[in-house]
Design a protein around this ligand. Sequence first.
Ligand code: CP
Length: 315
Amino acid sequence: MKNFLNIHDVVNAEQLAQEAIAIKQQKFANKSIGKDKTMVLLFLNSSLRTRISTQKAAHNLGMQTIVLNLGQDSWQMEYEDGAVMNGTTAEHIKEGAAVISEYADIIGIRAFPTLTDREKDYSEYVLHKFLENVNVPVVNMESATVHPLQSLTDLMTIREYSKKEKPKVVLSWAPHIKPLPQCVANSFAEWMNHADVEFVITHPKGYELNEKFSGNAHIEYMQDKAFENADFIYAKNWSAYDSYGKILGDNPDWMITDKKMQLTNHANFMHCLPTRRNLEIADDVLDSAYSLVIKQAANREYAAQAVLKKILENL
Ligand code: CP
């Protein structure tokens, strides 16, 4: 694997998920493969799980890691070609990224969308600016449109806990007070469309995802109906794609509760975290025995390790 930017860098998503499950049983089996190699993790946005799990994954493979909160620990970066840099930005991406690339064998980047400029966000502007200016592999640690490390983890977790070969997996929109990116939902949809599952998306009208990601998934506007016979409920808030970056209403009745989970086929509950309790997901779901959220977060380490191993094997 050269880069890990989205599902199109993966030959077989189901197989990679199985490799992550196998790594979990023997996480130090390849602790020499990354010896004398360095991964630099660049965060333009906050993170708990990605920051820690990706570093752990790199360490399990023998790599060293350097973490930089770009623009906080380092100079403010300028991305525009031809910019006259007489404002707040102090270093151009052309030098900044190229220099980081001199110190790194693999670079991880987290760069969220603006949620104001759809065209720029969906072109993956920041991620591509880095790609243009580095000469080492890049791992997407959540970009403007996708979060593939999370989605690989999600597929791995579904395979670990599924009692069926082809489970019914429901991605449900849930309420939030802030406009959030579509990237986790986009990415989850894209990976589920590559997996052997029955996939349904449920959300209030107006929250349709870009069809590039939702593909042929069945869209059900009635949440209760979507939950019927579900084996996995995956909840996430996202802002509108059509009315780009907007919240279209409060929709408090879309919060995931234990009562709604009772409509399912004894489904497991999943969420990428962080989540706002009793706004997006009720306490009685997050504290239940059927919630996988902590186990799912733990799997981030092994999913990242499967990806880094593939990249190291190709260096
Ligand atoms: N799920 C996830 O990516 O968590 P963080 O934003 O805390 O990294």
